[in-house]
Design a protein around this ligand. Structure first.
Ligand SMILES: Nc1ncnc2c1ncn2[C@@H]1O[C@H](COP(=O)(O)OP(=O)(O)OP(=O)(O)O)[C@@H](O)[C@H]1O
Ligand SMILES: [Mg+2]
Length: 834
């Protein structure tokens, strides 16, 4: 155990996987922590000697799964391997740590979700850097405002944050992510930092180099700066509200990304994710993407062809990430070659259609070389030979022949011995302990010649060797070993050659991803009948037959498309019953804007919209109880950020603001927020509310257009038409919706009677004091209007009220049964007349 402790003392913060024979073992605390994560038994090191050292282990050939489980559980890992062949070792086998892994670095990227990046992140006071070691993507943001940088930390998926101790205070409010301290930074002249990359990038380079070795940096692209200015600003909250990447339940299914993703490659879906996270603001850049989508739409045959080729392409970026690591195997190299062929063929389709030029022929040669070098179906092991083809080198050919012939020589000797001894069941076999041996079953052992030297006795057989066999073994083994060593040399040389061509390979991968995304958007637009959006110079928004990209795919033909038209700086004030489709309509406007600015066609028959600088949403109650904020507090914090940051070029969506508090407070807040948006911010605003009183604001603010979602009512039953109509809604139908939801009949009946009561009271009160009057005194410029009063309902309410009073006073116990019957008949008559 001394060797274990020597190594463990250097890697105390990690789980040490200690290679012993065919297993990686874990001991002491490491074993106690790892066993439940891996779902394996915790045992004692040596039961017989009462050694109680806890231990658990995993077979060395299937180590990738357990490593990924431990990383996903947030542990760091040190892999300690045998550094010499145990057979040749004198004394204890030399061991040492060959790799260190942390949750931000992955052992086998095949086990990751291909559509998501896996970022290591570093933050300092003026920059934020991202590095995905599995794909080679590296970029940074610069800003002196930490809050601005933290926004990106929340938008992008982060596996691990690497930070200097003195900068840790910058991370206030960031939780749920593994934080690792690393003080060193790489030399700023490092090739990955050549684009004036900041300190945070240098810290990541140093961290990865220290942990996994310089070679693992071979497949990383130099860090590039991401522009903060030219992006449509969408916060992580807005992305969540609009369910862009996952639904409220945290599922990918039902999100915008899931609904529009038609990419054929994992790298393509990662790029689509990036385009969705960073929609553009620059008209030319947007138009360029839209024109590319248009191009594929008008070349449907080529579109089908390119998608079919991309479907067979594989993931060059992640495969390269694997090839940079020592545990890669021959199959990785062949898979890369296949991907290179497919990638170049995909680009050729584009080149033929546009008449441009492809310049990746050098990579084709590399792919051919891989295929000429590796056997068709190489083994997983790389150090035991049988992976390099004949014809690669004369020296290797000779060894291959010798080792193959040696095999034949063994067979020949076996035949000769059978003949000489007359034992037909005699066999020459091989194992790691004895090498080659002759095996004779007990029934024939008397016939064994005298020169056979006994090596081992089994229950039913004897094992022997002969001088001749020992000589043969020496020849066979030396040919096999030499062959295996030489094959590994060729394999390593090829691996290095591939790594040397990394920049070209990554460039090919990027071009293919872009083709994949654009072609997928074209395919989507054809499948779902999307149109190319236009961008208005006057800030107006016009949508004909606009649809919600996700709901439309769920309800299919039943989706009701709506027309919308809004001037610059104006507001659509949406009222209408519950379930009528207010939230859906507002979200669809925002999602259409995101799609358009990312360069996609949109689900409309015609669309013209401004280029927004930002989208702000305040939708629903997002639960942040874990952060100690009440629902209403969250609502107000988000609204406050919106009012501070929105500009006249922003799109603002407020869904039932104020509903988290008492009716009066909520309504007054809603009105003052809306007024501020209209007079100071002047953003294009969509405002849905159940406070019908607000609909009269259109008298004071010409920018407001009242609209509602219609409902058809027959015999007290309601049907949602989901159609947008001008003008305020008259009724809420809240109780009817509750009925539809299956609330007990006694509850909804009681609610209806309470409603009638309140409404009749409000009719009486309206002539004396309005709600708004009472609250805002003479500052109120809104005429006191009581909407939502149905005179018919009020009349019924009055009658029912007097009836109930009579019923309450009725002296039931002092009245004869006949009189009770008569009275009930009278009441019945009254009710029927009502
Ligand atoms: N245009 C539409 N066509 C078809 N179905 C729709 C449409 N709009 C909404 N729906 C359906 O109606 C359901 C309710 O819509 P939504 O949540 O937008 O209503 P709402 O008016 O915001 O209700 P609430 O006031 O209760 O928040 C949606 O889940 C959707 O299935
Ligand atoms: Mg709603």
């Amino acid at each position: 155990m001394k060797q274990f402790w020597d190594i463990k003392s250097v890697h105390q913060d990690k789980i040490l996987l200690f290679r012993m024979g065919d297993f990686f073992e874990m001991f002491f605390d490491d074993a106690v922590k790892a066993a439940p994560v891996l779902g394996i038994a915790l045992t004692q090191r040596n039961k017989k000697s009462q050694d109680e050292t806890p231990m658990c282990g995993v077979p060395h050939h299937s180590i990738a799964g357990p490593i990924n489980k431990l990383l996903a559980a947030g542990f760091k890992i040190a892999i300690c391997d045998q550094l010499e062949d145990p057979k040749l070792a004198k004394g204890i086998v030399k061991r040492g740590v060959t790799r260190v892994l942390t949750p931000g670095m992955v052992y086998d990227s095949d086990t990751l979700d291909g559509t998501k990046p896996h970022y290591l992140v570093s933050l300092d006071s003026e920059s934020l850097s991202f590095l995905d070691t599995t794909t080679g993507e590296a970029f940074f943001f610069r800003s002196k405002k930490t809050t601005e940088l933290l926004r990106f930390l929340q938008i992008l998926p982060v596996a691990e944050i690497v930070i200097a101790k003195e900068d840790e205070s910058l991370l206030t409010g960031v939780d749920g992510v593994l934080i690792s301290h690393h003080e060193d930074i790489a030399d700023l002249l490092h090739p990955l930092l050549k684009n004036e990359a900041p300190m945070s990038a240098a810290r990541l380079v140093s961290y990865v180099g220290n942990m996994s070795g310089e070679e693992s940096l071979a497949t990383i692209s130099p860090f590039v700066m991401r522009d903060l200015e030219h992006r449509l600003e969408i916060s992580s909250t807005t992305l969540r509200h609009l369910e862009v990447f996952s639904t409220y339940k945290g599922e990918g299914l039902g999100s915008l990304f899931h609904a529009i993703n038609r990419t054929q490659t994992s790298a393509g879906s990662r790029l689509l994710r990036q385009w969705l996270s960073f929609p553009l603001r620059d008209l030319n850049a947007i138009e360029q993407r839209l024109s590319s989508v248009e191009f594929w739409r008008s070349h449907v045959l080529e579109l089908k062809r390119v998608r079919q080729i991309l479907g067979q392409m594989g993931d060059i970026e992640r495969r390269l990430g694997k090839i940079s690591q020592p545990q890669c195997n021959g199959r990785d190299l062949l898979a890369l070659a296949g991907s290179v062929h497919a990638g170049i063929s995909a680009l050729e389709v584009l080149v033929h259609a546009t008449g441009g030029q492809a310049n990746f022929e050098g990579l084709r040669d590399l792919a051919y070389k891989i295929e000429r070098t590796m056997v068709e179906d190489p083994p997983l092991a790389t150090k035991q030979g049988y992976l390099i083809r004949n014809g690669v080198s004369p020296e290797l050919d000779e060894l291959i022949e010798l080792s193959t012939n040696a095999q034949a020589m063994v067979s020949r000797m076996e035949a000769e011995e059978k003949e000489k001894t007359g034992i037909s069941s005699l066999k020459i076999r091989y194992n790691n302990v004895f090498g080659y041996y002759i095996e004779i079953t007990n029934s024939h052992k008397d016939k064994a010649p005298a020169h056979y030297q006994r090596k081992q006795t089994l229950t039913n057989a004897e094992r022997y060797c002969t001088d001749e066999l020992i000589e043969l073994e020496r020849k066979v083994l030396s040919a096999n070993t030499k062959r295996a060593d030489l094959e590994f040399e060729f394999f390593e040389a090829l691996r290095k050659e591939i790594l040397a061509q990394c920049p070209g390979l990554l460039a090919l991968a990027h071009e293919c991803s872009e083709v994949d995304v654009v072609a997928s958007l074209a395919w989507l637009s054809l499948e779902e009948k999307y149109v190319r959006p236009k961008f208005s110079a006057d800030g107006s928004l016009k949508m004909k037959a606009s649809r919600h990209p996700v709901v439309e795919q769920t309800v299919k033909k039943n989706f009701v498309a709506n027309d919308l038209e809004l001037r610059q700086h104006s507001c659509l004030l949406l009222t209408g019953p519950n379930m009528a489709g207010k939230s859906t309509l507002m979200r669809q406007v925002a999602l259409n804007a995101i799609l358009a600015q990312m360069g996609s066609f949109v689900p409309c028959d015609e669309a013209e919209m401004p280029i927004f600088d930002a989208i702000f949403t305040r939708i629903g109650a997002s639960d942040q109880l874990s952060e100690g904020l009440s629902t209403f507090m969250v609502e107000m914090t988000e609204t406050s950020a919106m009012l501070k940051n929105a500009t006249k070029d922003s799109l603002v969506i407020l869904d039932e603001v104020g509903r988290g508090t008492s009716t009066f407070d909520g309504m007054c807040l809603a009105q003052s927020i809306l007024e501020h948006l209209l007079s100071d911010v002047k953003a294009l605003t969509f405002f849905a509310t159940h406070y019908h009183e607000l609909t009269s604001l259109d008298q004071s603010f010409g920018q407001i257009t009242n609209a509602h979602m219609t409902v058809a009512e027959r015999n007290g039953e309601i049907r949602f038409l989901h159609t947008l109509v001008k003008g305020p809604a008259l009724k809420s139908y809240g109780v009817q919706v509750a009925e539809l939801a299956g609330l007990p009949a006694t509850v909804t009946k009681r609610a209806k009677s309470l409603l009638r009561d309140i409404e009749s009271k409000r009719v009486q009160a309206s002539s004396q004091l309005s709600l708004l009057d009472s609250l805002t005194s003479d500052e109120v410029y809104v005429e006191p209007v009581v909407v939502n009063v149905d005179p018919e309902a009020a009349r019924v309410g009055e009658k029912m009220k007097s009836l109930m009073e009579e019923l309450q006073k009725f002296p039931l116990m002092q009245t004869s049964p006949l009189d009770v019957m008569n009275q009930v008949a009278k009441w019945k008559e009254i009710v029927e007349r009502v």
